[in-house]
Design a protein around this ligand. Structure first.
Ligand code: PGA
Length: 264
C-alpha cells in the first residue's frame, strides 16, 4: 500500500546511545541481509539508520563497500561549521561521511540538553547548508497535551524550526509525542493523523503546497511490528521513527516490511 505516491515511505531507526562501531558493522550487515533475503523493495519503502557519531565512519565504509541500499544519518548536528566548540560535530563532517540525514530536535535533546526552538532552527539551517536532510522532530509532553490540546505544541515547534528554511529545501518531519517515546504506549493512529495533518498545514503555510505535498511526515513513539500498519494507513503518515524496536533486527525488518505482513 502506498497511499501517497508522491511520497516514498521512510522507516528510520534511531539507535540513540546504543551499539558501538563494531556492533554497528555486524548489525547493519545483518539488517541488510535480512531485508534482502526477504526480498524487500528498498525503492518502495526507504530504510535509514541513525547510529551514534562514533559508528558513522564504519557504517559509511560498509554501506559503500557492499553497496547496501540503506540510508544513514546522525542523531544531531552543530549549528556551527567549525571552530572552538568542544564536543560539537559539524554538518560539513557529516556530509563528508556521506550521511544523507540528520535528526534534529529529538525530545531527548530538547529535554536533557535544553535545546530551544531557536537552536533547533539554527541546526536545521546548518544541516541544509551542508546538503543533509534534516529530520525535524516535534512533539508534546503529556502535560502540554492536557493544557494546550492536540497539535498546538508540535505546530508551534515546527513553525519555529522552519524559520530559516526556503521552499527549495528537502526536509522530513517526525511527530513524536514525548509521552509515547519509550513508554510502550503509542499514540493512536487517529491521534498521529490529526497532528500529522496539522503539521502538513504548517508546511503548506510556510513553504507552499508543493513542498507540503512532497514532504514526508513520520510518526514516532513506541512503534512496533504490531502497530506500524495502522499508522501507515493514515493519509498523512509517511513512515516511522523507531527507537527501541530498531535495535532488534527481526522486529525492525518486520516494521520495514509492514506492507507484507499485515493485511492492508
Ligand atoms: P521508541 O523511540 O520507538 O523507543 O518509543 C522513538 C524515538 O525516540 O525516536
Amino acid at each position: 500500500m502506498n497511499i501517497n505516491p508522491r511520497r516514498t515511505p521512510l522507516i528510520a531507526g534511531n539507535w540513540k546511545m546504543n551499539l558501538d562501531h563494531l556492533q554497528a558493522i555486524a548489525f547493519v550487515q545483518k539488517l541488510a541481509w535480512n531485508l534482502k533475503d526477504a526480498g524487500h523493495d528498498f525503492a518502495a519503502v526507504e530504510v535509514a539508520v541513525f547510529p551514534p557519531f562514533t559508528d558513522l565512519r564504519s557504517v559509511q565504509t560498509l554501506v559503500s563497500a557492499d553497496k547496501l541500499p540503506l540510508a544513514f544519518g546522525a542523531q544531531d548536528v552543530s549549528a556551527q561549521d567549525s571552530g572552538a566548540y568542544t564536543g560539537e560535530i559539524s554538518g560539513a563532517f557529516l556530509a563528508q561521511l556521506e550521511c544523507q540525514y540528520v535528526i534534529i530536535g529529538h525530545s531527548e535533546r530538547r529535554t536533557l540538553h535544553n535545546e530551544s526552538d531557536e537552536q533547533v532552527a539554527a541546526k536545521v539551517t546548518a544541516a541544509l547548508k551542508h546538503n543533509l536532510v534534516p529530520l525535524i522532530c516535534v512533539g508534546e509532553s503529556a502535560e502540554d497535551l492536557a493544557v494546550h490540546g492536540p497539535s498546538a505544541v508540535p505546530v508551534a515547534q515546527l513553525r519555529a524550526a522552519l524559520a530559516g528554511v526556503t521552499n527549495a529545501a528537502d526536509i522530513v518531519v517526525a511527530y513524536e509525542p514525548v509521552w509515547a517515546i519509550g513508554s510502550g504506549q503509542a499514540a493512536t493512529p487517529e491521534q498521529a493523523e490529526q497532528v500529522a495533518a496539522a503539521l502538513r498545514g504548517v508546511l503548506a503555510d510556510t513553504l507552499g503546497q508543493d513542498v507540503a505535498d512532497k514532504t514526508r511526515i513520520l510518526y514516532g513513539g513506541s512503534v512496533k511490528s504490531g502497530n506500524i500498519a495502522a499508522f501507515m494507513r493514515e493519509p498523512n503518515v509517511d513512515g516511522a521513527l523507531v527507537g527501541g524496536a530498531s535495535l532488534d533486527i527481526p522486529e525492525f525488518s518486520s516494521i520495514v516490511r509492514y506492507q507484507k505482513h499485515v493485511d492492508l
